[in-house]
Design a protein around this ligand. Structure first.
Ligand SMILES: Nc1ncnc2c1ncn2[C@@H]1O[C@H](COP(=O)(O)OP(=O)(O)O)[C@@H](O)[C@H]1O
Ligand SMILES: O=P(O)(O)OC[C@H]1O[C@](O)(COP(=O)(O)O)[C@@H](O)[C@@H]1O
Ligand SMILES: [Mg+2]
Length: 543
């Protein structure tokens, strides 16, 4: 039977009389209680339809839970425990008795709330893809005393990791009275190779003031079966996984195995990447801190270069596949004359090349500052060094040092030109910008991400990652943030702003610029890459 929402007071949008009457997301979105063919249902006067059913429903749900509504509305929903445990009981949310939160009008998120992915629309645009809004629900699927949560951090460091750990521990304790929280040490392999450490608000109280992660981290070592065996053996029922694209892929595997075993375990991801390369989300935590810290290196490069004749300050910043840190640090600094990123191939010799530009800048200004993202120019270096492709333990490409290579090439070029003596200082602050504690604004952001993850897991959602989409906190299916990578689009306005502010050559000719595909209506999960086909600003705007 279709679910008909009852009349709602602000605190009653999910009102039910008994624990077992809680609206079941399976029913809400057309799944019958047990896996079978989808059914249509009506809510708030609009028809929502499951896009498709298949014989292999379980696998399909792991990858996509798509609901279609009127006027091209598409919800890319996240899994829920009741998808495979239809009889799991619910309880009133303890937040309704919490002195701090109970006074907030409409504290609980309306069960129908979703957030649009594309917000620039025209009169006849379809409503497009939406994600479920994050936040506390009126009913929860875990009794506080029964929760045994664990937290793990994986991949490279990023400012704010400790803040997220702290806020998960304090949020679980203070909002949901959870008493049992374990830290998994040393990344994924810590599940099966290390002992756990108990975490309490007291033990994590001031960790946000420290860089790194108190839990330790690692690359490689993801063994799904061993990890889930361990989760099951320890009786863990909420798993909070903080990490980048690789980590979220690992989290999806863990979720799928947990669901295959029909365990009542919620798996929530908190995306971490200093490179800001995770798809869909507006910005990753720690990114602002990284850009801020990069200013110190750029300032030093500027001071050094303008103090000598023909001074060149060269700064290498992080950015394996995406040049967001370099682009934003350059735009913020205004002292940078040239920014090189992985997305924008460049060349050294000849007209329109880097050497010609350096020479011109030095003649005009007597000094210059170059910022290079570590992933820039990799093809060029590989060609000149005939290097092999090396990978790290997680399978990420190991980069050749573009900073050292470029220093050497620039020096060699100008030593051949005897009339121009240059003075080059190379600064490599790459690890300094990610090993520091997060700045105030990132700390607040970390709190909200941690709280979103907790509310989602308590409400029975699973197999999701939290993320800011157009300034609103959402739950996003894992596969959505791992199938593509967020990159600077060099034919969009933000890169044009950078080119105009530095005056550097674009290193592109008209034939290098692929014609933009004509805009197609977004179709559910087929929509890939940046929304609106434009560069996503870390502040959430598209431009
Ligand atoms: N495709 C994958 N499937 C399962 N686990 C993965 C996958 N890719 C990476 N991982 C695991 O995720 C963890 C972190 O990955 P890594 O790429 O190093 O960092 P990040 O998550 O920051 O991108 C590692 O333990 C790695 O083994
Ligand atoms: O920690 P390592 O292995 O030296 O890795 C350095 C890489 O880590 C990064 O900080 C990104 O790390 P993640 O993929 O873990 O987010 C890159 O900027 C850099 O290339
Ligand atoms: Mg990564």
């Amino acid at each position: 039977m279709a679910f008909v929402p009852k009349s709602r007071s602000p605190h009653e949008e999910e009102a039910v009389e008994t624990d077992h009457d809680a609206p079941n997301p399976r029913q809400l979105y057309g799944f019958p209680a047990a896996a079978a063919a989808p059914i249509a249902f009506r809510t708030r006067g609009s028809e929502l339809r499951l896009r498709s059913s298949s014989d292999n429903m379980v696998e399909e749900e792991a990858n996509a839970k798509i609901v279609e509504g009127d006027f091209g509305y598409v919800l890319e929903d996240v899994p829920h425990l009741v998808d495979y445990l239809p009889d799991v009981p619910t309880y009133p949310n303890p937040l309704q008795d919490n002195a701090a939160y109970s006074v907030v009008k409409q504290y609980f998120v309306n069960v129908d709330d979703t957030v649009p992915y594309k917000i620039v629309v025209q009169k006849n645009s379809p409503r497009g893809v939406h994600f479920r809004r994050a936040g506390p629900r009126q009913r929860v699927y875990f009794k506080s005393d029964d929760v045994l949560a664990c937290i793990v951090t994986c991949g490279g460091l990023c400012p704010g990791l400790n803040t997220v750990i702290r806020e998960l521990v304090c949020g679980l304790s203070h909002m949901y009275n959870v008493k049992q929280i374990l830290g998994i040490e040393g990344g994924y392999r810590g599940f099966y190779a290390r002992n756990t450490i108990p975490l309490t608000p007291k033990t994590v109280n001031d960790i946000h003031k420290r860089g790194g992660t108190i839990l330790g981290t690692s690359r490689g070592g993801h063994d799904t079966i061993k990890i889930v065996d361990n989760i099951e053996d320890r009786g863990i029922n909420q798993v909070y996984i903080i990490g980048g694209d690789g980590t979220q892929k690992g989290a999806l595997e863990i979720f799928k195995e947990i669901r295959r075993r029909r365990l009542k375990v919620a798996v929530a991801g908190i995306p971490k990447t200093i490179d800001n390369d995770i798809a869909v989300i507006d910005k990753s935590f720690g990114f602002d801190t990284a850009v801020e810290e990069a200013q110190r290196a750029i300032n030093a490069a500027h001071v050094e270069s303008e103090s000598v004749e023909n001074g060149i300050g060269l700064v290498k910043l992080m950015g394996r596949y995406s040049g967001f840190i370099a682009m934003y640090a350059t735009l913020a600094s205004r002292d940078v004359d040239c920014c090189l990123i992985p997305e924008s191939p460049f060349y050294l010799e000849g007209p329109g090349g880097l050497f010609e530009y350096i020479e011109k800048r030095l003649k005009e200004n007597g000094h210059m500052v170059i910022v290079v993202a570590e992933g820039a120019g990799q093809k060029l270096i590989a060609e000149s060094m005939q290097s092999m492709d090396h990978k790290d333990a997680s399978g990420n490409k190991l980069l050749l040092d573009v900073g050292l290579w470029l220093s050497h090439k620039i020096k060699a070029y100008f030593s051949r030109k005897q009339k121009m003596v240059i003075n080059l200082k190379y600064i490599d602050p790459t690890y300094m910008i990610r090993a520091i504690p997060s700045i105030a604004s990132d700390n607040v952001y970390c709190t909200l991400l941690a709280h979103s993850a907790i509310h989602g897991a308590m409400a029975g959602y699973t197999g999701f990652t939290v993320g800011l989409v157009n300034g609103r906190h959402t739950y996003i299916p894992f596969h959505r943030v791992t199938q593509t990578r967020n990159k600077v689009v060099i034919t969009d306005r933000m890169w044009a702003r950078l080119l105009s502010s530095t005056n550097q050559p674009s290193f592109l000719s008209a034939k290098d610029i692929e014609p933009k595909e004509p805009e197609k209506p977004l179709e559910g999960s087929t929509a890939k890459g940046n929304r609106d086909g434009e560069t996503t600003l870390p502040n959430g705007e598209a431009c």
